[in-house]
Design a binder for this molecule. Structure first.
Ligand code: SF4
Ligand code: SF4
Length: 402
């Protein structure tokens, strides 16, 4: 069944996000396009389909990006750096420079040491690299599409060989050694059973799992109606198992919807791209986020000249507009739980006019529907269990009890 109508008892009027200021915000996060290329050849790669080839980033550009984020050289609390376009582990020397920069200027967590988030395909995460990642304190996400037979259908090397073996070894190791800082993202393509995907990744020990529908234009790759229906059943069953008390790995996107269904973090945009978040190209050009790097029409300034406030304002009113200024989002029952479509996916794969990519909406509403039902059910029967989704509240309550 398609998740078009809200679940019984859900009223969008009860979920009103705070207003969104229409102004440039201080930069709090940068995505660094450290290498601009990848070492494997996933059949569904969105980057290779939408972004031009880029050269690796130089040390000088890295230093200039650091100065843009921290004009006085000293980190501020709440800032972060993201390494995820291309395959960042191809640029290990530059990553080590970044680690050294943080070591030199980053201070302690309390003093504002920036968080670093690294997304990798895992194929270059050798035991030595994994030791380095564990010691780095960085957050690491590996892309793994589930068990070998699903993963190797899509995530292949340049000669068409499977990559599961190497990636699964890295997942199992990092999941065991840094469970709180580690997660796995699986891309759901046509025919992939989310039950098998989730179980395959959980079986390697991962405690945080993100399932993401593919963004593509090939019907051979895109999930069909049967796949969406399978996902709806999967997430509904996950919610029931959670409600029954089972200890399960965190299903990251669903957990976000549960937080919002509880009233936390309601948003009018899906992310801070083009507002407090920017992507830095290897040549120093600035974009709303890493998915826009090098794409014509989305340049928002450069490290040399600084952010372009006119281009940023045009982005906020165009591709980066809030959901209440989009069709069909303004009439979507799940809008406040969704936050609106990924700007990049809407622009590159949507039907035009900044309308969302409809397939992704089906997945979002499946998560939102299951989340609303879970919150309703647990708030009646076992409200304390809901605190698993808001650990900061759990910790605050624990402190009050002491
Ligand atoms: S992106 Fe899709 S699911 Fe999200 S608010 Fe818009 S229509 Fe609804
Ligand atoms: S626009 Fe999309 S890819 Fe870019 S930061 Fe936002 S959600 Fe992520």
């Amino acid at each position: 069944m398609r998740a078009e109508a809200p679940p019984a008892g859900y009223s969008p009027r009860d979920y009103v996000p705070p207003p969104l200021a229409d102004r440039a915000e201080p930069l709090a996060a940068l995505a660094l396009d450290a290498v601009g290329s990848c070492n494997i050849a996933c059949r569904y790669c969105a980057e290779s389909a939408t972004q031009p080839r880029r050269r690796p980033m130089s040390e000088e550009t890295l230093a200039a990006a650091w100065r843009l984020l921290f004009p006085d050289g000293r980190p501020r609390p709440g800032c972060s750096l993201h390494l995820g376009s291309g395959e960042p582990l191809l640029g290990l020397p530059l990553l080590r420079k970044l680690a050294a920069l943080i070591e030199r200027h980053g201070g302690s967590a309390a003093e504002g040491r920036p968080e670093v988030h690294l997304t990798t395909n895992g194929t270059l995460a050798t035991p030595a690299v994994r030791d380095w990642l564990v010691a780095s304190g960085w957050r690491v996400k590996i892309s793994l599409d589930g068990p070998r037979e699903i993963h190797d259908r899509w995530r292949i090397g340049r000669r068409g060989e499977g990559t599961w073996e190497r990636v699964a070894a890295a997942v199992a190791d990092l999941a065991a050694r840094m469970p709180e800082r580690f997660s796995v993202t699986a891309v759901l393509c046509r025919g992939a059973d989310p039950v098998e995907v989730f179980a395959g990744i959980a079986g390697l020990g991962a405690r945080r799992i993100e399932l993401v529908p593919v963004a593509h234009d090939d019907p051979q790759v895109l999930p069909g109606r049967a796949d969406v229906a399978r996902y709806e059943r999967f997430v509904a069953a996950y919610a029931r198992r959670f409600a029954a008390g089972e200890e399960l790995p965190v299903l990251i996107r669903f957990a976000g919807k549960v937080r919002r269904a509880m009233g936390f973090e309601l948003q009018r945009v899906p992310c801070a791209a083009g507002r407090g978040f920017a992507g830095v190209a290897p040549d120093g050009a600035l974009y709303p986020c890493f998915r826009f790097v090098g794409v014509d029409g989305f340049r928002l300034g450069s490290l040399a000249e600084g952010p372009d406030s006119e281009a940023a304002a045009a982005f906020r009113h165009g591709a980066g507009r809030p959901w209440e200024e989009r069709e069909p989002c303004r009439d979507c029952w799940a809008a406040a739980l969704c936050g609106g479509p990924c700007f990049a996916v809407a622009e590159m794969f949507g039907p035009g006019g900044s309308r969302p990519f409809a397939l992704h909406c089906d997945y979002v509403r499946a998560d939102a529907r299951a989340a609303v039902r879970l919150v309703r059910r647990l708030s009646r029967r076992d409200p304390e269990r809901l605190l698993a989704f808001v650990p900061e509240l759990r910790r605050a309550l624990d402190r009050l009890e002491v």
